[in-house]
Design a protein around this ligand. Structure first.
Ligand code: 5GP
Ligand code: ZN
Length: 115
């Protein structure tokens, strides 16, 4: 999608600290990390948020959560102590980039409730 920063990152039009890529998914380091490990896992195809997901996307989301995230957690060394997955959605979720992304945060103890 034109003018979407994450589509441009997925298409390598702009550089990012990419840590993972396959045919449907990329993961890259967050520009403003909130934890020692903070990467964003995104589908290459433009989907605005969880609310825009379609029936046909179920396999893609399963791939991200069941395969890509556990693989990355191991590679980034946060599997043993744990981590947090966050998908900010919409206005109250404080979603700032309108291309679905999963934050993978780890390397420190997380607090609850979040801000
Ligand atoms: P949101 O607030 O939408 O859940 O998260 C968007 C995230 O994208 C933020 O954590 C922000 O730091 C990150 N971000 C925004 N623009 C860029 C960019 O151009 N490159 C990278 N690597 N991260 C970005
Ligand atoms: Zn996009």
């Amino acid at each position: 999608m034109a003018d979407c920063i994450f589509c441009k990152i997925a298409g390598k039009e702009i550089p990012s600290g990419m840590v993972y890529e396959d045919d449907r998914v990329v993961a890259f380091k967050d520009l403003e990390p909130q934890a020692p490990v903070h990467v964003l896992v995104i589908p290459k195809k433009h989907v605005e948020s969880i609310l825009a997901l379609q029936e046909e996307d179920k396999e893609l989301i399963g791939h991200i959560l069941c395969e890509v995230v556990p693989k990355l957690a191991k590679e980034l060394g946060v599997d043993a102590k744990g981590f947090r997955i966050v998908a900010n959605t919409g206005e109250d979720g404080n979603q700032t980039v309108k291309h679905l992304h999963f934050h993978l945060l780890g390397g420190r103890s997380m607090q609850w409730p979040p801000g």
